[in-house]
Design a protein around this ligand. Structure first.
Ligand code: PGA
Length: 264
């Protein structure tokens, strides 16, 4: 697991966008695994800027999103479909047919989960998966205790997750109680993973992910089993990691920033 320590949200977003843009140019029909949430918004802004200024093309790119709330339609402003349309897809030249997000109003969720796994495998798997992390250590909506063998499935959201996400809704009562998410083994099959972590609220969980062993009670620790993971984390998120440990990350930052530079 490589750790790239950056100053703040803006630097994290630029670095992440540089990496994704590099992937898109290197392999024009890449399959990108995408995430929603506050953490990735800046990255998407940078990708849009890069698309406009440098004509980075998404014409042949396919995307698969991590998750979707259950019980709300695609057109609902709080659906992850809408989040992705607003924050990225409507502003780049992606073919709508190449966008894949689980459907939150499926009549048969088991069938929808199986279908989603097939979509991913038919595409040949995810080349680069973007992730955020929950305050409880979740990746996608895989809450603590989820089996590392899990594939796409329906989950009941933890109270801490609903509380963390209520800022996007009018009230806590409107935050869905369930979601459909790629499983942990689905995520782990990605060829490469980029995890973004920003802000003080994530400091405690990031310290645990870095310093503790691999355990299903902290889902993100599974990433230590993956051969190609980079975490980009800002100063606030790394504030509980001691300085000696942080010095171990210097080399990772140098290598990463030498390789991925956003031309703008
Ligand atoms: P956030 O969510 O980016 O809004 O903090 C991340 C997550 O819950 O995975």
């Amino acid at each position: 697991m490589k750790i790239v320590a950056v100053k703040d949200f803006a630097e994290m977003s630029k670095m992440a966008a540089a990496k994704i843009s590099h992937q898109v140019k290197e392999k024009q029909n890449s399959v990108l695994g995408l995430a929603t949430g506050g953490t990735v918004v800046g990255t998407y802004e940078e990708l849009i800027k890069d698309h406009k200024q440098n004509q980075t093309s998404y014409e042949e790119i396919h995307t698969v999103n991590l998750d979707e709330y259950l019980g709300i339609d695609k057109d609902n402003p709080n659906s992850y479909h809408q989040f992705m349309m607003e924050n990225l897809f409507s502003q780049i030249n992606i073919n709508p047919e190449n966008i894949h997000i689980p459907y939150g109003l499926a009549t048969d969720y088991e069938e929808e989960s199986k279908k989603y796994e097939k979509v991913i495998s038919d595409l040949g798997g995810v080349d680069l998966q973007l992730l955020g992390i929950g305050v409880n250590g979740h990746i996608g909506f895989n809450e603590p205790g989820t089996s590392f063998d899990s594939v796409t499935h329906v989950v009941e959201l933890e109270e801490s997750t609903r509380q963390a996400n209520k800022r996007f809704f009018n009230s806590i009562d409107e935050v869905p109680t369930h979601a459909i998410t790629m499983g942990i083994s689905t995520i782990m099959k990605s060829k490469e993973i980029l995890l973004l972590v920003s802000g003080k609220t994530k400091a405690e969980i990031l310290e645990k992910v870095i310093n503790e062993g691999i355990t299903e009670t902290i889902p993100a620790t599974v990433l230590k089993n993956h051969p190609n993971v980079t975490i980009i984390a800002d100063e606030e998120a790394l504030s509980l990691v001691d300085d000696e440990k942080k010095r171990e990350f210097d080399q990772d930052k140098e290598e990463f920033s030498n390789k991925y530079i956003l031309a703008n």
